[in-house]
Design a protein around this ligand. Structure first.
Ligand SMILES: NC(=O)N[C@@H](O)C(=O)O
Length: 283
C-alpha cells in the first residue's frame, strides 16, 4: 500500500509553463530565443561552422545516487513514455456559466525521483499544435526531517566504513535547508535533492506546456504522472539516472480525498484550451 496524505480542498489554476515560474521545481528546456518568462538567458555560442546556435547547460542531468542508502550505482537511462490523453471532469460547483468555462483534473498520485532529475522531451508536437498539450503538476517538499516518509523501507543493511559515515553526515543529503549553498534557482546549476518530506500540497502548482517545451523535474521534486490533454497521445523521450532499486528510483504517494471534500484539483480554464482539446478532454 502506498503512503498517503489527505488533500486539502484546493483548486489549482493553470499557468503557462515558463522558466521563471517553474524555477523552484526544475527547468524548462526550450529555444530561449522564442521563450517568454525567462529572466536568465542561457549562455549561447556559435557551433557547426556557424550554422547553429548552441545554448549551453540548458538543463542538468545530475546523478545523486551516491546519497542513496543501498549504494547501488546508477546508470543514465533513456525511456520512452507514450502518454495517452486524460479526461477532464466538469467543474460542478458554482454557476452554470462557470461550468461551461472550466474543467478539472483531480490529482490522486504524486511521485518523485529522489536521486535524479527526470527530463520529459515531447516528440512530434508543434509549439502551436491546437489539438494537444500537457500539464505539469508539481509540489514543493516540506522542509522537515521530523516527519519524513517511510522511504526507503527496504534498504539493505551493509557495513559502512567510518570515512563513508562521516562523508555523509553533514549537510544532510535529504534536507536541503541545511545546505547553505542550496538554491531554488536552477538556472545557475544543478538542483540539490529536495529532502525526505511529504509534498506541501498547499503550495502545489500546475503549468500548461506546449509542444516546443521539454521539462526537467529537479531531483526529488514531487510531480503528478504526466497529464496529456487533447486529441492524441504524446511520445516523450525521458532521460534520467536509475539504479533499479525500486524506492530509490521512484517514490509514490497517494493523495486522498476525504468524504465531503473536493480534494486537490487542477482547474483548467477552457479559454486556455483550443476547441479540439476542450472537446476531446471533457467527459
Ligand atoms: N512523470 C511521469 O509521468 N512518470 C514518471 O515520473 C515515472 O517515472 O513513472
Amino acid at each position: 500500500m502506498l503512503p498517503h496524505i489527505v488533500a486539502p480542498n484546493l483548486n489549482l489554476a493553470v499557468q503557462p509553463l515558463t522558466q521563471d515560474a517553474f524555477a523552484e521545481f526544475g527547468t524548462v528546456v526550450e529555444n530561449a530565443a522564442n521563450a517568454t518568462g525567462r529572466s536568465v538567458e542561457p549562455k549561447v555560442v556559435k557551433a557547426n561552422q556557424g550554422s547553429a546556435l548552441k545554448y549551453i547547460d540548458v538543463s542538468h542531468v545530475s546523478n545523486l545516487y551516491h546519497l542513496a542508502p543501498s549504494g547501488n550505482p546508477a546508470r543514465a537511462v533513456m525511456n520512452m513514455f507514450v502518454c495517452s490523453p486524460r479526461q477532464l471532469q466538469p467543474v460542478t460547483s458554482g454557476s452554470d456559466t462557470a461550468q461551461e468555462r472550466a474543467s478539472k483534473f483531480p490529482v490522486q498520485i504524486l511521485e518523485r525521483h529522489p536521486f535524479t532529475p527526470q527530463t520529459f522531451v515531447p516528440l512530434g508536437l508543434a509549439a502551436d499544435d491546437a489539438t494537444t498539450v500537457y500539464l505539469v503538476i508539481v509540489a514543493p517538499t516540506f522542509k522537515t526531517t521530523e516527519k519524513p516518509l517511510p522511504y526507503p523501507q527496504h534498504a539493505p543493511k551493509r557495513e559502512r566504513s567510518w570515512t563513508e559515515i562521516f562523508s555523509r553526515a553533514q549537510p544532510s543529503p535529504f534536507d536541503n535547508s541545511s545546505d547553505p549553498s542550496a538554491s531554488s534557482d536552477s538556472s545557475h546549476g544543478p538542483q540539490p535533492p529536495k529532502g525526505p518530506g511529504e509534498p506541501d500540497l498547499s503550495r502545489a502548482r500546475a503549468f500548461l506546456a506546449n509542444g516546443s517545451q521539454a521539462v526537467t523535474y529537479g531531483p526529488g521534486t514531487w510531480h503528478a504522472p504526466m497529464v496529456v490533454l487533447g486529441a492524441k497521445a504524446i511520445d516523450f523521450v525521458v532521460v534520467q539516472y536509475a539504479n533499479d532499486v525500486g524506492l530509490e528510483d521512484c517514490q509514490e504517494m497517494e493523495i486522498r480525498t476525504e468524504s465531503g471534500s473536493e480534494g486537490l484539483n487542477v482547474v483548467v480554464d477552457d479559454a486556455r484550451l483550443g476547441p479540439e482539446i476542450r472537446q476531446r478532454a471533457k467527459l
